[in-house]
Design a protein around this ligand. Structure first.
Ligand code: SF4
Length: 687
């Protein structure tokens, strides 16, 4: 049996593992002693590999390019030569007729790797001529990037996953680590075993609440009010670090004025918490010699998410919990390479290495390297702009690479209508996803296990992953497909391997310059910034309390609270919140094709409801119910549990039957454009 060292493709924990291979077939996985996982894996790491072998449980692997010559025609298998010519000519025709900004492209945060994301954004900018390129960070941690860039000057996790266990206080805010990042959850447990105090702010009794010293069961939609009240307590009780604030931050007076009215008593009715528990939580946080704040989608998938991120990072600034080991702020990224897709510039406002597209110097540098006269200077569209821009006829073509928005975007009815309205749609993937069913061209790619590259874990850690088995079918690497298309469109682009791509991007990105393949092979894990060839990388940011903002100081920032945008009423009396299923990642296309993971839970998805609400509605445990919103209705299985708070229901978004995004509302945060997945008004009816 052969063993091939690689990195898990499912979440941002970056767990290292061996794929076990017999006769060119993956037969198992075993944990390795990686920096973040130290010989452990969660069940997705152990059992999430057999989709590579084409199990056909959910859908078969894509094995040939396919095109549809008209929307009412069936897909037909074609040669690569025909697929590339067809795609390039149709894309070029849209560009010629409507301009480059009528085309939208995505990066991919799944198992594709940084190199393919780099090539995709280069294709968008240098070949198509648009900054309309985005990735699924938009629907998860986009607000973390936007908020932290403003307050600290860097959108990433400030600390390391392995530091979490040595923090003496962990404030877990809107983050269900046990289901999202089980290996991070273990670090929280280890911290507890080492004597840390744990504060959990979450409406649901999540797993971490069981070990918490304080569980603040706040009302859904009260994040900003609670964060402001936390700041109010730190300031009014003199618990903040006066010297740190004076020396390393700015904006204190305005910040203090904004949070002044948010006394713990004032927010009692908004948050559902007592003033006493709010005060005690902040006394605990402020008294700790080292404190860390971790957050997840419970912070970012709200219409006021960017403001809450700014507020949470301000708590760390107020208490001096930045710029040294075992403290900091941790937006823990969801899919395994969502950090990497952002690092590689699959975002509408930055080139790789977070270099702004509005900077003439950055544009000139990339244009020279890529051999084009100029690059677009206008910030591009976000992925959540696609439905209304297509509906309005302003977006004509969509190149969807390794994402499945027809499952994961809010208000799927709106999404489907938009896709039908497009002139041309390309899907590049390893499975026939729900989105692929709308495409004019389906381009089949190699999967995780069949190609090489580098992933970025949630804490900015680069790790190499390598091919374990030969690809199945007539498929190509993502970066090869993009190179063929670029060449056909008149921009010759050919790489011999991922190292050549990596070296090109290192030369263009000072943040990553020192992270060579050779060093990654030797050190195994390099956290950016790594600016020189002899630098080991950066486990925590802001050493010496120098922030990456102009002037080097952090910004203290608070905003007024506002309630969720959609209102509950007599017809739709419950608030639906979308959550994760531990056995499946994101759109489920990979995990749904794994035998062991598929047997953990089967369709339809479930809706969890509190016993009190279930009794009022006459709903029994495991009964099938309709869940309806102002946008649609789906069938689901009721799961009655005390862990769900009264007035709210929770659904995971992976299921084809019971797809809760049929129900979710398309309200977005005005800055990050991230949807408010965490609150849609619904009703339940027993079937
Ligand atoms: Fe590790 Fe995340 Fe993979 Fe689980 S899903 S093994 S926590 S990387």
């Amino acid at each position: 049996m052969e063993k091939h060292m690689t990195v898990c493709p499912y979440c941002g924990s970056g767990c290292k593992l061996n794929l076990l291979v017999e006769n060119n077939k993956v037969v198992g996985a075993e944990p390795l002693n990686g920096v973040t996982n130290e010989g452990e894996l969660c069940l997705k790491g152990y059992y999430g590999w057999d989709f590579i072998n084409d199990t056909k449980i959910l859908t078969p692997r894509l094995k040939h390019p396919m095109i549809r010559r008209s929307r009412d025609a069936e897909f037909e298998v074609v040669s690569w030569d025909e697929a590339i010519k067809f795609t390039a000519s149709r894309l070029a025709a849209v560009k010629a007729k409507y301009g480059p900004d009528s085309i939208m492209l995505t990066g991919s945060s799944r198992g594709t790797g940084n190199e393919s994301n780099f090539v995709m954004q280069k294709f968008a900018r240098a070949v198509v001529g648009t900054n309309n390129v985005d990735c699924c960070a938009r629907v998860c941690h986009g607000p973390s990037v936007s908020g932290l860039m403003v307050t600290l000057g860097n959108g990433a996790m400030s600390n390391s996953i392995c530091e979490i266990e040595d923090s003496k206080c962990i404030l877990v805010f809107g983050y269900n680590a046990a289901d999202s990042h089980p290996i991070v959850a273990r670090r929280i447990i280890k911290a507890k075993e080492k004597g840390a105090q744990i504060i959990v702010c979450d409406p649901r009794r999540i797993e971490t609440a069981r070990i918490a010293d304080m569980w603040l069961q706040m009302k859904n939609g009260s994040n900003m009010a609670l964060v402001n009240a936390f700041a109010n307590v730190l300031i009014t009780e003199g618990l903040y670090n006066n010297d740190y604030v004076a020396n390393f931050s700015e904006g204190f007076e305005e910040y203090k004025a904004t949070v002044a009215k948010y006394t713990p008593e004032y927010v009692e009715s908004i948050t559902g918490l007592s003033a006493k528990e709010i005060r005690e939580a902040m006394r605990m946080y402020a008294a700790a010699p080292s404190a860390t704040i971790l957050w997840g989608m419970g912070v970012t998938q709200w219409g006021q998410a960017v403001d809450v991120v700014k507020g949470l990072s301000s708590l760390a600034v107020l208490t001096g919990n930045l710029g040294r080991p075992n403290v900091g702020v941790g937006p823990v990224r969801g899919q395994n390479n969502v950090q990497g897709a952002c690092d590689m510039g699959a975002l509408p406002n930055v080139f790789p290495g977070y270099q702004s597209v509005t900077s003439p110097e950055a544009r000139a540098k990339f244009a020279k390297a890529w051999g084009v006269e100029s690059l677009p200077d206008k910030i591009g569209l976000s992925i959540t702009d696609v439905p209304h821009m297509a509906e309005e006829g302003k977006l004509k073509a969509f190149y969807c690479f390794g994402e499945d928005p027809a499952q994961t975007e809010p208000d799927l009815n709106l999404v489907r209508k938009a896709f039908e309205k497009l002139d041309f749609m390309i899907v590049q993937d390893i499975f026939m996803t729900k989105t692929a069913m709308f495409a004019d061209v389906v381009l089949p790619a190699t999967s995780w296990g069949e190609h090489d590259g580098v992933f970025s874990s949630a804490d900015r850690g680069f790790q190499r992953f390598t091919k374990a088995v030969d690809a199945k079918g007539d498929v190509k690497h993502d970066w090869e497909i993009l190179g063929l298309l670029a060449t056909e469109m008149g921009y010759p682009m050919k790489y011999k391997d991922t190292k050549e791509i990596w070296d090109e991007l290192r030369e263009l990105c000072p943040l990553y310059y020192g992270a060579t393949y050779e060093k990654l092979d030797g050190l195994g894990y390099i956290q950016w910034p790594c600016t020189t060839l002899d630098a080991p990388g950066t486990p925590y940011l802001y050493e010496g309390n120098v922030f990456q903002r102009e002037g080097g100081k952090a910004l203290l920032f608070a905003s007024e609270w506002r309630p969720p945008l959609e209102k509950v009423d007599a017809e739709y009396p419950l608030g639906l919140c979308t959550v994760r299923e531990v056995g499946h990642y994101s759109c489920r296309s990979m995990t749904g094709n794994c035998v062991a993971l598929q047997t953990l839970a089967d369709e339809p998805g479930y809706v969890t409801i509190n016993p009190q609400n279930a009794k009022e509605l006459g709903i029994r445990d495991q009964q099938l119910v309709w869940v309806a919103s102002r946008r649609g209705k789906v069938i689901a299985r009721a799961s009655i549990t005390e862990r769900t708070n009264v007035g709210a229901v929770y659904m995971t978004y992976q299921w084809w039957i019971g797809a809760c995004n049929e129900l979710t509302v398309h309200h977005v945060d005005p800055i990050s454009k991230t949807p408010e997945y965490k609150f849609s008004a619904v009703r339940l009816e027993a079937i």
